[in-house]
Design a protein around this ligand. Sequence first.
Ligand code: APR
Length: 244
Amino acid sequence: MFSEKFIKVLKSAQSVTVLTGAGISAESGVPTFRGDDGLWKKFKPEELANFDAFIKNTELVWEWYKYRKKLIADVKPNPGHYALVEMENIFSNFSLITQNVDNLHRRAGSKKVFELHGNIQKNYCIGCKKEFSDEIIFSKLEIPRCDNCGELIRPGVVWFGECLPEDQWNEAEKATRNCEIFFTIGTSAVVYPAASLPYLAKEHGAFLIEINPEPTPVTSIVDEFLQGKSGEILPELVKVIIKK
Ligand code: APR
């Protein structure tokens, strides 16, 4: 499955950075965004995943996020998530950057996780930024409002047109500049600035690996394209790395 050269590069690496997208959670039953049964095929992101839509259509946007929260509460990490936990314990300097908001990496046991697009299990007030748990959100039938300042409560995800959390982005960029191996896994590599990270890694001399059943815009610049499902490839990869 893997070339000798590739195995040699993997076994000699100290610093590894991984970028994941919705594809790594697909085998957990979480729909991706742009695949054939992707969320953006059924719903319109411009109506649901931006701040103006939230203000204009608060009830509809909350309905959609409560639907996604319930969906995510019922799913579990898959072998791909667990393989990345093992990789974090194998490589001396390992960073995991995710575009996913499903919290599955942390639920699998990953520690050093940079969440570029927020976390769907978090919520906060648009006025005073006070945080609220999902329990509180689901305890209210009406549109959730802050008990501190009365403003609307929103899901803790990054919407189209919004800036990424600065601290998460800065850490992600640093981990991308300073790695010997960069994996891009389960992402269509079309949403910026996250999609710029594989190019940045390449610029800084990293060995670039992509895991995806389909080619993406990044495939043409990678050093190794492992075509297939991350839940199948990653556990095989870990077996090869730990084999003496
Ligand atoms: N293993 C690996 N990759 C997979 C699998 C799998 N089992 N199944 C699907 N994929 C790949 C698809 O081929 C596709 O390239 O996962 C990718 C999913 O792409 P998108 O649905 O576009 O998801 P993502 O790249 O994470 O989207 C980026 O866009 O809508 C925004 O904020 C949202 O974070 C999201 C961002």
